[in-house]
Write a protein that binds this ligand. Structure first.
Ligand code: ADP
Ligand code: MG
Length: 696
């Protein structure tokens, strides 16, 4: 029995853990002794060998030793103590900004010192700034550490040494008990990494033996680390599955109509669906005709036509007698969907309502009242739809557009919204951010995925140029020519994202500059600080072709659809990530004319900036861009762990461990088939208190 294990006792039974420490540890999710064993080292310090000074490279963290040749205080911008040491193979400078008289005397010429620290490039040679050091006997051999030193994630009031002591106690208990329950049944071993015993792996990572392959360990590629990564990834997969299983236990309204509305809708729609759209529509209609909540993600590159797919699902919900909501991450996009839905649905006698943050309270009151009694069948809006005061009469379907802006938690919150007693609305989430397959398998393990992998016919690929802002005048001339050709143009201003205010300011400045440079053009400005009515007017004027040039902040990033716009200039493009640039660029190339995008940068361009901009220049394929983004930024940044609601991983790595991620779905199936009771235990072991999906 697992409960009988000493390791499941509270940490307060360990030496040195009083109520105060226990409270602090709890913040890290550590309450049982076993939790300490799963508090894994972030990395290791290697104090087991001395590196020759002649071999050092910048950013190496290492143990060195040498004789002080010269020690002097320098009075530069900051007073500092410099000690030049050498060991016969080379030399290095130790630099101290804070030092006592005693230290200065101690580090005198001729003494032998041993130091641990990070090597850096100094003004004239390699340096270590404030290394840990000790003076050692000038003769004979002084032993080095036998083991690597693990470095743990710490918390206020419990530091490295504290953790080492506690974990040592937990490991001693583990050695007595010989028992850390294996929760992964052999049937769920789909990778060689899974084969090693868990207890061995845990002991190993906390106390790597002296003969360990240090390079493997430091690169986190040792089989014992991989064993833990396998288990962690499986736990993550299972946590997402739990969400899904819990949802599937609930009922959902059956959304199935006689298709009269659909017929009328298609009669008016000016284009036929693409094959891919048709396929995805069918997948959705099958799902929502079941009495189990749909949880489906639609992935489709920018411009692939997701809105109409959503509209068809919404239409089916309404035709079946239920309400539906469509939610977008920005007010601008929500407004646009509102207009589109009104144009498509109102002729069929369907009422569409609007719900956003910047509404007058009278307007809002009215919409809320109408929603409550189902006088409005379809609500379009922003996250304002989440609020408690929003009450639906009989919500059958929730559509969330551009899902990457909303996390798991919000997704769940909105689903809970329409719940009554035992029934949930169906849920459709749509994203234009294609994420690499392995990542999708983790981030969206609670969803079924449909892909619109085809663009509507007649689109020509956007050509992209990367141009320094020293050629700004040429670019402005190019804008001029495009507008004289009756094309419309976006001019996008970016700035460090934290400051919306500065971004709006930059857009205002750019608009003024362009107005004086191009007096014959009609130029408008849109940014996040404008009132919604104002924004709406500017956007509809642009859409109607009354404006030649729209200067905007990144508010236009998602979803805005003006087919006649065929040129986009993005200022300071190097400041934006690949995904965001791809989204922005997706605003052009929506009609049949050849479209262009100018990525203007401020030189000099960093290596990474160069890689990003050339990637965009070379391809329009969202999946290729996403893969490149993953390589350049890493998965954490790409998905934003916060945004996805995925818990932080301790040992696994979504990039490095793709081979394991690829088998996780199978492994989770096998575990749930063979030892379903272990699923919860495994999730708890790794993510304990950090996940609160369980409130369903
Ligand atoms: P996204 O997938 O980026 O949200 P939208 O739904 O905004 O794309 O569609 C982009 C444009 O393509 C819109 O103007 C839309 O009306 C149009 N569109 C969608 N589907 C088709 C189709 N099958 N044929 C032609 N045009 C289409
Ligand atoms: Mg869209």
């Amino acid at each position: 029995m697992i409960e009988a294990n000493a390791l499941s006792r509270p940490i307060t039974e360990l030496k040195g853990v009083g109520s105060k420490i226990a409270e602090r540890l709890q913040k890290l999710g550590i309450t049982q002794i076993q939790d300490l064993l799963f508090h894994l080292p972030l990395r290791y310090q290697d104090r087991t060998r001395l590196l020759p000074l002649g071999s050092l490279k910048p950013s190496q963290e290492c143990l060195i030793e040498g004789t002080v040749r010269l020690s002097q205080v320098k009075f530069g911008r900051r007073r500092s103590l410099l000690c030049y040491i050498d060991d016969g193979t080379g030399s290095i400078v130790l630099r101290f900004f804070h030092f006592s008289k005693a230290q200065q005397q101690q580090l005198e010429q001729g003494v032998r010192v041993r130091c641990f620290g990070e090597v850096r490039n100094g003004p004239s040679s390699l340096e270590m700034v404030h290394p840990e050091y000790k003076i050692i006997a000038s003769e004979g051999i002084v032993p080095v550490d036998a083991d690597l030193t693990p470095i743990y994630p710490t918390t206020e009031g419990v530091h490295q040494i504290g953790f080492r002591k506690l974990i040592k106690q937990a490991l001693d208990l583990l050695n007595n008990e010989q028992l850390l329950p294996e929760l992964i049944p052999p049937q769920a071993h789909f990778h060689e990494a899974a084969r090693y015993p868990l207890s061995d792996a845990i002991r190993f990572v906390h106390q790597p033996p002296p003969d360990v392959d240090i390079t493997l360990l430091l690169e986190r590629k040792h089989p014992m680390q991989r064993r833990l990564a396998y288990e962690e990834l499986l736990a993550q997969q299972l946590s997402m599955r739990q969400v899904r299983i819990q949802t599937q236990r609930h009922k959902a309204p059956i959304l199935l109509s006689d298709k009269q509305h659909q017929k009328a809708f298609f009669n008016k729609l000016p284009f036929p669906l693409t094959f891919a759209q048709q396929r995805v529509v069918n997948e959705i209609l099958v799902d929502i005709a079941l009495d189990m909540p749909m949880q489906r993600l639609v992935q489709g590159d920018v411009g692939s036509g997701k809105t109409v797919v959503a509209a068809i699902a919404v239409l089916e919900a309404v035709a079946a007698g239920y309400q539906a909501v469509m939610m977008a991450p920005t007010e601008l996009l929500a407004e646009q969907h509102f207009q589109t839905f009104k144009a498509w649905l109102e002729p069929l006698g369907i009422t569409v309502g609007w719900c956003a943050g910047k509404q007058t309270s009278a307007e809002r009151k009215q919409v809320l009242a109408q929603l409550k009694v189902a006088e409005i069948s379809v609500a379009v809006g922003t996250h304002a739809l989440f609020q408690d005061e929003v009450v639906f009469n009989n919500l059958g379907l929730v559509v969330i557009d551009e899902q990457h802006r909303f996390g798991v938690h919000q997704r769940l919150a909105l689903r809970d919204k329409g719940r009554d007693a035992n029934s949930f609305p169906h849920q459709l989430v749509m994203t234009a951010t294609p994420i690499p397959r392995t990542l999708a398998m983790t981030a969206y393990a609670d969803l079924n995925v449909s892909v619109i992998d085809e663009l509507p016919p007649g689109r020509s690929a956007v050509t992209t140029a990367v141009i320094p802002d020293t050629r700004r005048a040429d670019i402005i001339e190019r804008v001029h020519i495009a507008c004289q050709d009756k094309r419309q143009v976006y001019w996008v201003c970016t700035l460090v994202e934290e400051s919306e205010h500065l971004q709006c300011q930059a857009a205002e400045d750019a608009a003024n500059e362009l107005k004086s440079a191009l007096p014959d053009l009609t130029i408008a400005l849109v940014h996040g600080r404008m009132k919604s009515l104002e924004k709406e007017q500017v956007m509809s004027a642009f859409k109607a072709g009354d404006t030649d040039l729209l200067v905007a902040t990144t508010v236009i990033e998602v979803g805005v659809d003006v087919p006649n716009a065929s040129l986009m200039v993005i200022e300071n493009a190097e400041r934006l990530g690949l995904a965001q640039l791809h989204q922005l660029r997706g605003r052009v190339g929506r009609g049949e004319v050849q479209s262009h995008c100018v990525l203007m940068y401020h030189p000099p361009l960093s290596e990474n900036g160069q890689a990003r901009l050339s990637c965009l220049r070379d391809t329009n394929d969202g999946f290729v861009i996403a893969q490149r983004d993953l390589e350049l930024r890493g998965p954490g940044e790409l998905l934003g762990t916060k945004q996805t609601g995925l818990p932080q991983l301790r040992v696994a790595d979504l990039m490095e461990d793709q081979d394991m991620i690829a088998v996780m779905s199978q492994a989770a199936d096998a575990l749930l088939d063979n030892t379903p009771q272990n699923s919860k235990l495994l999730v708890n072991r790794w993510f304990g208190h950090k996940i609160d999906f369980g409130h369903v």
